[in-house]
Write a protein that binds this ligand. Sequence first.
Ligand code: NAD
Length: 343
Amino acid sequence: MFTMMESARLEALHLAHDPATGLKAVIAIHDSRFGPALGGCRYLPYPDDDSAIRDAIRLARGMSYKAALAGLEQGGGKAVIIRPPHVDNRGALFEAFGRMIESLDGRYITAVDSGTSSADMDCVAQHTRHVTSTTAAGDPSPHTAMGVFAGIRATARAHLGGDDLEGLRVAVQGLGHVGFALAEQLAAAGAVLFVSDLDPGRVQLAVEQLGAHPVGGDALFSTPCDIFAPCGLGGVLNADTVGRLHCAAVAGAANNPLTSLEVADELERRGILYAPDYVINSGGLIYVALKHRGEELPAITAHLANIGRRLTEIYGHAQAEKCSPARVADALAERLLYGPASR
Ligand code: NAD
């Protein structure tokens, strides 16, 4: 366990078990030098306790990198609750999780993530104020979409000769909370949309409301376009799918869309510009972090502009160093976290 913590440079790991509610939770605090650790709470089944702990550590580290590059006075953390096969009272389980967070005295702030909802966060909020994305705080997804839109503009400017999106062909994979809001902004800016979703209803909506062109399932990978925007699940770009892409850049909301850094290298080799996921999709984190600090919407929206600036900086370094923006982003985050503490 300590070897795993050491190699991830993890600051602290907290475990809680509450037999009365069935709560089995892991909170990983990666780094809190720049502020309290902030990161979502997953509520998923895991094959064993070790996989839950490993997931929390890996994700907490990613949150530190995301916060550092977003210029937030925030550390990185993540919680994982192992979803039991059966739960009598979900509300009571999340209330117990709220008590666990309260015992950490503000060192970790939680939020929604895979498997959790604002209603769950409302239960957490009954026992601690160290929680965001409650019903009252609002859904971060529209802000994630705004950030991705700004990131697509920066990507077009760096690689496609200008940031006018009129006529830009964008393939949006996944039309959920973020993907649909992104598609709306792209359509309003005059982009031509190719879309896919596992849910045909979402596709139909994009066709009717945004004039999008529907593309069946996997065919989206090989659809000729300027930008491929993964906005569904992670892990969609692997050695096989990356070879099928017919685009100039990959820029979307999905977390961990590449199965490995080698896939980023392959994109680079093929001349496809990659917008690092945790930079372009940091709008949601910016929203929840600043909202939790009591900032007003105009200040939050202004901070989202950092996403385009940061991507432009990363693209510049990547071009100079002839390597993938994914590697540049990791190196930059590590320098901000572990190098001389200057932001
Ligand atoms: P969501 O669950 O609302 O939507 C995901 C959509 O993608 C669904 O409609 C689903 O049917 C579709 N989908 C899944 N796999 C697909 C595939 N292979 N092909 C086509 N469609 C597919 O999720 P969301 O909140 O919109 O988040 C989307 C992605 O962005 C996720 O990877 C998430 O981790 C990431 N992200 C979200 C936020 C946020 O604020 N919601 C912030 C940062 C990152």
